[in-house]
Design a protein around this ligand. Structure first.
Ligand code: 5AD
Ligand code: SF4
Length: 447
C-alpha cells in the first residue's frame, strides 16, 4: 500500500468520484466499482472537488459519446495544476477500445476495461505512487457475482444479470468492448433481490446487453424473471434490453402471468427494412419483428413497447428509410431512442463505408423523431380519463408542489403533492398529457 493510501486510511479515507456515461449497464457497473473501491478503503464522494481519484465510466457506442469524454478529460486535466496528486482514470467501453492509447500524453493515469474492475484498487495504488496502470483483458467468466454494489439511497435498483454480447450487429462496438456473453447464477440474482427487498427497494431492473440470452444451466431468462417476480409481489420488476430474435413465447407468457412484471418491453428494431436488417446482421426480418410485436400485444394487454432506431446505416436508401417510418406507424411505439449511424472502427459496418451523406442522415433522423413524437403524443392523449397505478419516484423536476412517478408501462406521471413517499403506489386519473408526461389527480392511495 502506498504511503498516501496508508495514511489516509487511518483517519480520512481517500475519496473516489465517478462520472458515468452511456447505458444503464454502465450505471450498474459504477455501483460495482464503488463496491470494490469501498471494500479497499476508499470512500465514494459525489463532488469532484473533494476527490483524490476521478474515474470516468465511458461509452463508445457512438463517436459523439467519445468526444464528450475527451473534452471532459481536458477540463479535468486543466484543473490538475492545483491538484498535483489527483488520479484520473478511464473505465468502461472507451478504456477497452482505446487501451494504452489513452495513456499517451499522460492525461490519464489508469485505464481499466469492464472485466478488470477487481484490479482497480491495485492499479490505483500504483497510480498514487506515480505509475500509469492498464487493465483491459476481457474475461469469459467475470460476472462480479460476489461483489456487493454500492448503491445510492432510493427505491430503485439495477442488477446486471448477464454481461457481454455475442450478437455482433455489424454497426456495434459492444461485442468488442464488453466481450462474450456470460450470466450470473439464478440463485445469486434472487439472493440479491431478496436482500434489496429487505432494504426497502420497491423496483428492480434486470440488465444485460441482451437479457434474453441469459442462461444458468437449464434455466433461461423467463425462469429468472419468474423467480425474481416471486420474491415479493409488490416489488416491480423491469428488464432491458431484449433482442427480437431471442424473445420467446415462454417469456411473453411469463410477463403476462405476473402482475409485478412490468408491462413494458424495450425491443430495439434498428430498421424497418429487411435488406438493411440483414446488412446489420440483426438475424430477423421485418415480418418476424412485426409478428413478434403482434404476439406480444395480443398476449400482454396494455403493454408498452419502445425501441432503438438507427438512421442512415451504410447503403440505406430513401425507400428503405421509409420502410422504417412505416414500421413505426404499424407498431406504434410508446417511445424510441433514435440515432444517426456513427461509424465505429473495427466493426464490420465500418468497412462498408459511411456512404449516406450527413445532410441525408440528419433529415432521416429528424423524420424519424417527428413521427415518434406524434405517435407518443397520440398514445398519451388516448389515455386521458384513464386511471393508473403510479409508483412515486419523488418530487417532479419542474415543481416542488408536484410529485412524479411511473406507471408499470414506464410512463412518467405528474400529480399534486400529497403525503405520499417515494415507493408508495397511488392511483392517478389522467386529465391532460404532453408527448413525454401524463398529468392527473390522485384518486386513491394504497400501500
Ligand atoms: N451508430 C449509431 N447507433 C448505434 N447504436 C449502436 N451502435 C451504433 C452506431 N454505430 C445504437 C443501437 C443500439 C443502441 C444502444 O445504440 O440502436 O440499440
Ligand atoms: Fe450491440 Fe447488437 Fe449486442 Fe445490442 S445486440 S449490444 S446492438 S451487438
Amino acid at each position: 500500500m502506498s504511503d498516501k493510501l496508508a495514511h489516509m486510511n487511518s483517519d480520512n479515507r481517500l475519496k473516489v468520484y465517478i462520472e458515468t456515461y452511456g447505458c444503464q449497464m454502465n450505471l450498474a457497473d459504477t455501483e460495482i466499482v464503488l463496491g470494490i473501491m469501498s471494500k479497499s478503503g476508499y470512500s465514494p464522494t459525489d463532488t469532484m472537488n473533494d476527490a483524490d481519484v476521478v474515474l470516468l465510466n465511458t461509452c463508445s457506442v457512438r463517436e459523439h459519446a467519445e468526444e464528450k469524454i475527451r473534452q471532459r478529460l481536458s477540463t479535468i486535466r486543466s484543473q490538475k495544476p492545483d491538484k498535483p496528486n489527483l488520479v484520473v482514470g478511464v473505465l468502461g467501453c472507451m478504456a477497452e477500445r482505446l487501451r494504452s492509447n489513452l495513456l499517451d500524453g499522460r492525461k490519464v493515469d489508469v485505464v481499466v476495461g469492464p472485466d478488470e474492475y477487481r484490479r482497480l484498487p491495485q492499479l490505483l495504488e500504483g497510480a498514487l505512487a506515480g505509475n500509469q496502470g492498464l487493465g483491459v483483458r476481457l474475461s469469459r467468466t467475470e460476472t462480479y457475482d460476489d461483489i456487493i454494489p454500492f448503491r445510492a439511497e432510493g427505491i430503485s435498483a439495477w442488477i446486471s444479470v448477464m454481461r457481454g454480447c455475442d450478437k455482433f450487429c455489424t454497426f456495434c462496438i459492444v461485442p468488442f468492448t464488453r466481450g462474450r456473453e456470460r450470466s450470473r447464477t439464478l440463485a445469486g440474482v434472487v439472493n440479491e433481490v431478496e436482500q434489496l427487498v429487505r432494504q426497502g427497494i420497491r423496483e428492480v431492473t434486470l440488465l444485460g446487453q441482451n437479457v434474453n440470452s441469459y442462461r444458468d444451466g437449464e434455466k433461461d431468462f423467463a425462469d429468472l424473471l419468474a423467480a425474481v417476480a416471486n420474491v415479493e409481489p409488490s416489488v416491480r420488476i423491469r428488464f432491458t434490453t431484449s433482442h427480437p430474435q431471442d424473445l420467446s413465447d415462454k417469456l411473453i407468457d411469463t410477463i403476462a402471468a405476473h402482475d409485478n412484471l412490468c408491462k413494458y418491453i424495450h425491443l430495439p428494431v434498428q430498421s424497418g427494412s429487411t435488406r438493411v436488417l440483414e446488412a446489420m446482421n440483426r438475424t430477423y426480418t421485418r415480418d418476424h419483428y412485426m409478428e413478434l410485436a403482434k404476439r406480444i400485444r395480443a398476449r400482454v394487454p396494455g403493454v408498452a413497447l419502445s425501441t432503438d432506431i438507427i438512421a442512415g446505416f451504410p447503403t440505406e436508401t430513401d425507400d428503405e428509410h421509409r420502410e422504417t417510418l412505416s414500421l413505426m406507424e404499424e407498431v406504434r411505439y410508446d417511445g424510441a431512442y433514435m440515432f444517426k449511424y456513427s461509424p465505429r472502427e473495427g466493426t464490420p459496418a465500418y468497412k462498408m463505408g459511411d456512404d449516406v451523406p450527413e445532410d441525408v442522415k440528419t433529415k432521416r433522423l429528424s423524420e424519424v423523431i417527428s413521427l415518434q413524437q406524434k405517435i407518443s403524443y397520440e398514445i398519451n392523449e388516448s389515455l386521458v380519463g384513464r386511471t393508473f397505478e403510479v409508483m412515486v419516484d419523488g418530487t417532479s423536476r419542474k415543481s416542488d408542489e408536484q410529485l412524479s412517478g411511473r406507471t408499470d408501462t414506464n410512463k412518467t406521471v405528474v400529480f399534486p403533492r400529497g403525503t405520499q413517499k417515494p415507493g408508495d403506489v397511488v392511483k392517478v386519473k389522467i386529465d391532460r398529457v404532453s408527448m413525454a408526461t401524463l398529468f392527473g389527480e390522485v384518486v386513491c392511495i394504497h400501500n
